[in-house]
Write a protein that binds this ligand. Sequence first.
Ligand code: NDP
Length: 311
Amino acid sequence: METTKCLIIGSGPAGFTAAIYTSRAGIRTIVYEGLQPGGQLTTTTTIENFPGFPDGIDGFQLMGQMKQQAVRVGADVRAGMVKAVDLSHRPFVAQLDDGRELAAEAVIIATGASAKYLGLADEQRYAGQGVSACATCDGFFYRKKVVAVVGGGDTACEEATYLSNLCSKVYMIVRKGYLRASAAMQQRVAERENIEILYNTNTVGLFGDNGVEGVHLVRGKGNDHEEPFDIAIDGFFLAIGHQPNTQFLEGQVELDAQGYVVTRDGAATSVPGVFAAGDVADPRYRQAVAAAGTGCRAALDVERFLAQADN
Ligand code: NDP
């Protein structure tokens, strides 16, 4: 079985930042890129909030550059998935999708989270053309335009409030007759005159010849008085939650009720020698720069852990 000092699972900003640090520290590092090489940023357009790029940078390009930097300092970046892990003893063992196994002295979990979608075919059809799951990433492109945010939780309220500073009008499409969000977040929404909440409303489709131009909705879906209606919008934002990519970790490391990896004391998980970075352990901030920061922390923790373990 092949062995390495550090295995990094995931190739978003957290995984590549961790790889840059461990590799520069002389720790033999293998990165498995996973299902979506480069992570969520490769699905956004221009990124204008990552420091160091005054003119913004394309998400795909940014991740390509992070990968190049990791490779240049010695990381072994590989296409492929880690299907399962055995973290019950060191060295830890990862099962790869090609059937092989890999043993590692330390592991950094950086598999990120995936935004939930409604599952409509139109979401795919208009991907990158008016459909987004990140207001902070893409809101800027809808300045003075009309947008809709789906969801009634804290994220939806936060995204709607953020967008209300940029857009002329923000609709919130909420399937129930009330918001699930905290009272404080609801209050912030209520204070914005340009946010209109459409309660008891479900999305059934999107339309438009040049990207999203509107959304097909149904009020009171399933009732006797179902009422289909359309509204004109320029952007459609999903905010119905995120799913951490931790299915392969069940029973191996402590996860919270939502499935996020629980970290304490920096990037440490419940298993000594296993660390977590980025969105997989962060339901709150979910920003590329924050993920990169925790990737750095995880790498420094690995360095310290291996130095102690080797003595
Ligand atoms: P939540 O799970 O809290 O809310 C999801 C929302 O999306 C709910 O309104 C839900 O509706 C709706 N929804 C889910 N699936 C569908 C669907 N298929 N169609 C239509 N609507 C749907 O997720 P959040 O991302 O908002 O929050 C996740 C966690 O992060 C929470 O614990 C939250 O408190 C926290 N958070 C905290 C923040 C803060 O404190 N500043 C900011 C952001 C998040 P329904 O209510 O009907 O189920």
